[in-house]
Design a protein. Sequence first.
Length: 204
Amino acid sequence: MYKHQEKTLSKALTALTALSIFALLFILMWWAVYGEMAGYEASQKKEYRKAVVLWTPLAWGGSGYAQFALAHSYETGRGVDANHDVAVKWYTKAAEKGEAGAQFNLGEKYRKGFGIPKDSAKAIYWLTKAANLKVASAENNLGKMYSDGDGLPQDVMIASFWFYSAIANGDVTAWDNLLRVEQSMTSEQIEQAKIMFLQNDYCQ
């Protein structure tokens, strides 16, 4: 009899533990979504300090969005003292989580050497990540790097490809860059670049 009661109690405790874990996970997920939205709403109302308070624990908890938002706060000095080192730290964490905006901003920092030493290799790495997620500005700037030979061998074909991609995704400034690079290309190269863009899986 006692053994049966012990088994029943053990099963009940196991079920209760599983339920408690599920409930805790649900609460944490709800808080993450709420905190991200509440932080965004606060920033839109220019309540930057409140936004930072909401985003900080979420960023430490691994939210890519909160890490990106917090990085931008440190970069701009909104709601917190500006600190480029801290901004880069959070941009890097967010970029590694796949946040396209963070990948672009981090790539631009390395490209321009803003707040950190200029590093063309890292700029290309992060801008390519963002470009592959169809961030038009990343595509345009990556095209500039290829057309200018900035940190990598000059390649007008690849530059044209990225300019076409940027235009397709809404960056009208890429038109000027495309026209500029086409001046150094033959008519055959221009046609090949168009075909490469149209046939590449990236455009599918």
